[in-house]
Write a protein of this length. Structure first.
Lengths: 487, 440
């Protein structure tokens, strides 16, 4: 059945049983197309058309959900009945003290795509094959792959009474990685990150501005440089993190700890809890005074921009951390209402989202950005007497309270006496979130900013992998515990 | 679901032209998920989903599309026809694939393993009453999972399995908690109560003042659940034949015979002992068992049909990811009941968390301790341990530093539900290590 928002909303309202306090419908249709070329050979296609609906029913303090790919009247009715059954079973036994009040939303959003990506299969292959062939520069290059993943997504929400939102997205995700091997040593170098870190909303313009064209040869050359590079030294160094590592640092040690559902304990059995507690908002110095972090769903090219979250709240830009001071969590309407009984003055943001039609919304980070400072890249390098520049995340691990972390990068470069020096391989560093951000010594200006993200932010039970965006400048941190590989 | 799948596959076969071949894979589930926090209901839901993947092949050219299926033929047939037509239009633009390999035989299998699942009423009542007085958080997932394969060459395979996974933690305070699970095919209220009581019994240990230890190397007992976490890392570029052939395997030195693990380590993919289907995505039958490590030495790899064709080797039932779906580590000699006594003084690791490779060439893994992890002295639990980071090599943990493995194994159903419920399972003992390197 084609995605006819008006028809589905109309049928839902006709079918929704009058005896429930509230019901809502969210329909998602997603066309996804991934083309991959590995070692100049086209890999099997990954195309999909996914479509389905999630129905939420409210009965007193109970909320029930049911998801179905059957959008006929019979399918919607069955899902309504099932969600209502769950809601009634939960009544009086839910985590809510009082019936949640959900916003009634209406409006539209569309990606600000300037060049719709209408590449034919042959055009997509040509683009990728050129980059793939450019990787073949040395016999030590033992594997490589170029890929293009495009998604066209449409999402409609409708309440039981009135109000509809329709949000339409274009996502474009080019990627490339190269593996070099010699004398028992293997090094991987990626363009855009090994796990699709270059991901934005838009069409062909995303590829044009990304620098993907021409990335094959330069990435292969960098892989060979890493193969010849010395191991990263161990010790305490000033570290200059470039945006494609900053995105991971923000994600793991600011984003996840600020999720309100983690703070409320929902994630303790799986993703974990948080070292952040409700009393810290408005009082806790999260980082140095240079640290400014925003929730920003308004940056048009960023991966998780939208007008409404999946609970129907209108999204707007908010500071979560200003001048280093922690201000507000990442929590949607329902979480905010749950938290209100513990702290009534807690601000929030519209960021309850689901990864698809078959999962209910939970608190996510969406677009979480570090705001630019005033330093140029040259000034930051010049300020470091003995340090290491790190680029492109390769390894990440953090404890369940989001405190003790260890991250690794693909690319390191020594900084000596204010100048970039030799490349080093396998740079890693470790620290503790609660103190790491206070060592933030310089924040790059807008010229150092890059808009990155990930399609794979995971949490939730049942699990949900969702798109999030992270824009960040390069940043300098003082006195970081750095180390390399075993050999 | 079975009828739905084979009817759609037959319809799709009827749309073929000339020498076209069609492979069809089916993936579906009807799942109840009951998410709870503080022993109260957080998000209860039912998810009814089905996806059909069609691969249209003409000579050595092929294309593939996955569709969400409604279950209504009037809706699904036009979608299938549309997908076939779109793929047929694209095929001439695609080059011939030198690595295409699929099963061209007309085999058939039908494996339905039904069980007894908890009803929504029973699930909600159990969580809120049996968990009363506990800070209980987690999820109960249950229902049937379906997999199917059909080809225009006459193959028909069906796999349907009921399962449940009750996966929970009981918190004492802060981040101090006991984690447990109960998985299987026969829901047993009495067993749930017994396991909840067992977690409750550990709470007094968590009430003790946490012990903080300095980074360093410590004697450690790694529980089956923690060892399970560690071993699944081998699915991330470890046991894959393609990764090994391109020098990217995280256990490349083991594969190349440069290092060996402890002779105690024997690892295999044992499809016959798990919940995964006995056929792969290309229609080939999976062998009941594939040896991967035998007595500490590399014994085999997981080979997909595509990798087999590329490198001229035999495939052995692996999907494109070449990852284990029914992992089994052989038991050792250490009586489980003697584990703490054998540990004597050191760290009892209840669970690991957030593992990642920190040095792939050296098979080095980093991660955190989590949940019920204790400091043990003289074979007795002394105190819960503040979470610690470890960073150590599999070559040490399962090699030079492996002192013993339990003489029994736990059967563990993977709690992964990304996209859909996992059918990955494992059978794993606990491990006694002479040293585990803690770094932060």
């Amino acid at each position: 059945m084609p995605f006819d928002a008006e028809s589905i909303a109309h049928r839902f309202r006709r079918l929704a049983p009058a005896r429930v306090d509230y019901a809502s419908l969210r329909v998602v249709e997603e066309h996804s197309n991934t083309t991959r070329v590995r070692q100049d050979v086209v890999e099997p296609a990954e195309r999909s058309i996914d479509r389905g609906a999630m129905i939420s029913v409210l009965a007193g303090d109970g909320i029930g959900y049911a998801a179905t790919s059957d959008l006929t009247d019979a399918g919607l009715r069955a899902a309504l009945d099932r969600a209502a059954h769950w809601a009634r079973l939960s009544q009086g036994r839910s985590v809510f003290d009082a019936p949640p009040a959900l916003p009634r939303a209406a409006g539209r959003y569309a990606s600000a795509t300037t060049k719709p990506l209408a590449l034919s299969a042959a055009d997509r292959l040509d683009l990728l094959m050129r980059e793939s062939k450019a990787c073949r520069i040395d016999e030590r290059i033992v594997d490589w792959e170029a890929s293009l993943w495009t998604v066209r997504s449409r999402q409609m929400t409708a309440g039981i009474d009135d109000g509809e939102t329709l949000q339409e997205y274009d996502f474009t995700i080019p990627a490339l990685h190269v593996v070099a091997h010699a004398e028992g040593l293997t090094q991987t170098r990626s363009w855009g990150g090994r796990y699709n870190g270059y991901c934005q909303q838009g069409g062909l313009e995303v590829i044009e501005r990304s620098g993907f064209v021409g990335s094959g040869r330069t990435t292969a050359e960098e892989a060979l440089q890493l193969l010849a590079a010395p191991n990263c030294p161990a010790g305490r160094f000033d570290v200059l993190l470039m945006p494609d590592q900053m995105m991971l640092q923000i994600h793991e040690s600011i984003g996840h700890p600020l999720e309100l559902d983690r703070i409320l304990g929902d994630e303790r059995n799986y993703a974990g809890t948080s070292f952040v507690t409700l009393d810290m908002f408005g009082a806790y110095q999260y980082g140095s005074k240079l640290l400014n972090v925003t929730f920003d769903p308004t940056r048009s090219e960023e991966f998780a921009s939208f007008a409404f979250d999946d609970e129907g709240s209108r999204a707007q830009r908010e500071f979560l951390i200003r001048d280093g001071l922690l201000l507000r969590p990442l929590g949607g309407t329902i979480s905010q209402q749950r938290a209100a009984r513990l702290r009534s003055d807690l601000g929030s943001v519209a960021t309850a989202r689901s990864c698809g039609w078959n999962r209910p919304p939970i608190d996510r980070m969406s677009n979480l950005n570090v705001e630019p400072g005033t330093s140029t890249l040259e000034e930051m390098i010049a300020s470091i007497d003995d340090g290491i520049l790190m680029k492109t995340n390769a390894s990440w691990s953090i404890d369940d309270s989001r405190n003790k972390f260890q991250f690794g990068c693909e690319w390191g470069q020594r900084i000596r006496e204010g100048r970039l020096a030799e490349v080093v391989r396998n740079p890693n560093y470790r620290g503790i979130s609660a103190t790491f951000w206070r060592s933030l010594a310089m924040v790059g200006d807008a010229s150092t900013m890059e808009v990155m993200g990930t399609p794979y932010c995971g949490k939730g039970e049942p699990n949900q992998a969702i798109r999030v965006g992270h824009a960040s400048p390069a940043c300098r941190f003082q006195g970081v515990d750095v180390f390399g590989a075993e050999k | 679901m079975k009828e739905l799948f084979f009817d759609l596959a037959a319809y799709a076969n009827g749309q073929l032209r000339g020498g076209e071949v069609l492979l069809a894979n089916f993936d579906g589930e009807v799942s109840d998920f009951l998410r709870f926090n503080h022993a109260r209901v957080r998000q209860p839901m039912t998810v009814h989903q089905a996806h059909l993947t069609l691969q249209l092949i003409d000579g050595r050219r092929h294309d593939r599309t996955t569709l969400a299926i409604t279950g209504n033929a009037e809706e699904d047939r036009p979608a299938v026809k549309g997908a076939l037509e779109a793929m047929r239009a694209d095929l001439p633009a695609l080059p011939e694939d030198p690595y295409l390999l699929y099963c061209d035989e007309a085999g058939a299998s039908d494996n339905a393993r039904t069980g007894r699942m908890p009803s929504p009423e029973e699930a909600v009542e159990m969580i809120t009453t049996a968990g009363a007085g506990l800070d209980l958080v987690g999820i109960l997932a249950s229902g049937p999972v379906f997999r199917g394969f059909a080809s225009s060459l006459g193959a028909r395979h069906w796999h349907e399995v009921d399962s449940f996974l009750f996966d929970w933690s009981v918190y004492r305070s802060g981040d101090k908690a006991v984690k447990a699970s109960f998985a299987g095919q026969q829901w047993d209220r009495a067993e749930v109560a017994r396991r909840l009581d067992a977690t409750r019994a550990q709470l007094p240990f968590l009430a003790r003042n946490p012990r903080t230890i300095e980074p360093g190397a410590y004697r450690a007992y790694v529980s089956p659940a923690a060892l399970d976490e560690l071993l699944w890392m081998l699915n991330w570029g470890g046991v894959s034949a393609k990764e090994q052939r391109t020098q990217q395997s995280t256990i490349q030195q083991l594969v190349d015979g440069e290092v060996a693990l402890s002779p105690l380590v024997t690892l295999r993919e044992h499809i016959a002992g798990g919940l995964a289907p006995a056929f792969d995505e290309a229609g080939f039958a999976r062998p009941a068992s594939v040896d991967l490590i035998r007595a500490g030495r590399h014994a085999g790899s997981l080979v997909s049909p595509r990798t087999a064709q590329e490198y001229g080797i035999e495939s052995n039932g692996a999907d494109e990811s070449e990852s284990m779906q029914a992992m089994e580590l052989a038991a050792g000699q250490l009586p489980r009941a003697d584990a703490l006594r054998a540990l004597d003084t050191g760290v009892y690791v209840g669970n690991f968390h957030y593992l990642n490779w920190s040095d792939r060439s050296a098979a080095r893994v980093t991660g955190m301790t989590r949940f019920a992890t204790y400091w043990v002295e003289g074979g007795e639990i002394v105190a819960p341990l503040a979470v610690m980071r470890f960073d150590d090599s599999l070559y040490r943990m399962l090699g030079s530093e492996l002192e013993a493995l339990d003489n029994e194994t736990d059967w563990i159903l993977n709690n992964g539900t990304y996209g859909g419920r996992s059918v990955e399972t494992s059978r794993v003992p606990g491990a006694l290590l002479r040293q585990l390197r803690l770094t932060l």
